[in-house]
Design a protein around this ligand. Structure first.
Ligand SMILES: Nc1ncnc2c1ncn2[C@@H]1O[C@H](COP(=O)(O)OP(=O)(O)OP(=O)(O)O)[C@@H](O)[C@H]1O
Ligand SMILES: Nc1ccn([C@@H]2O[C@H](COP(=O)(O)O)[C@@H](O)[C@H]2O)c(=O)n1
Ligand SMILES: [Mg+2]
Length: 236
């Protein structure tokens, strides 16, 4: 089993405090003093970041939970962060709600700032960023603000009819889990997200996973892909 890092050195604590107040790129510096050995993998100074992509209902959130249990990542879902903004009545709340209802993409500055804050607060050196980047604009904003590229990109490849079936039976009360919005989300996925996936494929960072079968069957594919990426990073 993977062991979570239970405590942080006081030097790191102070770096994290600095990261919380300094903004762009500071979270990277916050990890510069830590190197911890866990299950044979030395934890490097720079956080390991995996983007998790796939169409609506392709199983991103389900598989992220399993990755967290097995590999000790912190899971940040862009959609969940946006939904929390709505729930907290922030100044952007009503704009975000309208955008999600339409299945459109929230302005990148908003989403990237939420991700950045969550990473700074995350106290981990392995992050799964689920449902991001959804567009080339998202991708460029992340690189500009965070100043880094992901170590790997997981893409859950799933047929549309299966994704629609899963979304419509999810039953979590999401405002966008209805046929009308799902159609729009699928169109946005094809038009805006597939080019991002293609970009990472060209860069050799993409791990395409067959998203069909049971959640456990899919996780066996995911486990090998994540293990290989962590090992590659270790060897670098
Ligand atoms: N392999 C699977 N087989 C059947 N149902 C699944 C499978 N994986 C996930 N589900 C179910 O399908 C629904 C959608 O899964 P999940 O929330 O993980 O997808 P997602 O990619 O995060 O979707 P979204 O982009 O809309 O957030 C959930 O109700 C989940 O329990
Ligand atoms: N990078 C992102 C991610 C999400 N959104 C909006 O949230 C909706 C729900 O996202 P899920 O990942 O939970 O399916 C999505 O349809 C978008 O409206 C976004 O704008 N940018
Ligand atoms: Mg999800």
């Amino acid at each position: 089993m993977w062991r979570r890092v239970a405590s942080l050195s006081s030097a790191l604590e102070s770096d994290l405090m600095q990261a919380a107040t300094c903004g762009a790129g500071a979270w990277q510096r916050a990890f510069s003093s830590t190197q911890v050995e866990v299950e044979g993998f030395e934890r490097k100074s720079h956080p390991f970041v995996a983007f998790v992509l796939g169409g609506p209902g392709s199983g991103k959130g389900t598989q992220c939970m399993k990755i967290v249990e097995t590999f000790g990542f912190t899971h940040l879902s862009a959609g969940d962060l946006l939904r929390k903004e709505i729930a907290s009545n922030s100044e952007n709340g009503s704009m975000i709600l309208d955008t999600i209802k339409e299945g459109k993409i929230v302005p990148s500055e908003v989403t990237v700032r939420l991700i950045q804050a969550a990473m700074e607060a995350g106290r981990n050196d392995r992050f799964l960023i689920d449902g991001f980047p959804r567009s080339e604009e998202n991708r460029a904003a992340y690189e500009r603000v965070i100043g880094a590229e992901p170590d790997m990109v997981l893409f859950f490849d799933c047929p549309e009819n299966e994704m629609v079936k899963r979304v419509l039976s999810r039953n979590e009360g999401r405002v966008d889990d209805n046929m009308d919005t799902v159609k729009k989300r699928l169109r946005v996925f094809s038009e805006l997200n597939l080019p991002v996936i293609e970009h990472y494929s060209i860069k050799g960072k993409l791990r395409k996973i067959d998203g069909t079968g049971s959640a456990d069957e899919i996780f066996e594919r995911v486990r090998s892909a994540v293990f290989a990426a962590l090992r590659e990073r270790e060897e670098r």
